[in-house]
Design a protein around this ligand. Sequence first.
Ligand SMILES: [Zn+2]
Length: 179
Amino acid sequence: MSASQTATRHVHKAWFCERCGGPLAWAEVEGKEHQTCGHCGWVVYIDPKVAAGVILALNGEIVLLKRGIPPSVGKWVFPGGYVDAGEPTERAAAREALEEVGLEVETEELIGVYSYEGNRVILVVYSGHAVGGTLEGNFEALDVRSFPLDEIPWDDLAFPSTRSAIEDWLKRIETETVS
Ligand SMILES: [Zn+2]
């Protein structure tokens, strides 16, 4: 089994055939491992999950929230979450920012798209700035605050994508002035 086939098994597991309710078993289909129905031959294709986030500058500092729900409880991340079907990614990022840190946000530029072997999530990250609201967390956050750029909590970031996106954002603003 190749590395990508092994990874596929970690991404998601279905329990029963969605067409006939029959039992599923792993089988190779066109060179990749998929769950297939032993009864009717249905093949389960697992879609990726798209998430969007925004790295926010506020008075020259970066806005982060301390996660209060799993995974990575107690670690810092920029606002973000799953995109609803039919929702533009920029709007999802802004919606999450309002929900998670209380700020009305305008997204600016695409910072990057982050995906990892064996992980179902594809994260799309924008830069952005606040146009209203008050910095304030909701029930999902243990804390919400802005950090001076030389005090970013690198050792306590929630996910590999958090670090990568902040690094990419910093590279981008090195030649600009944070507003
Ligand atoms: Zn079936």
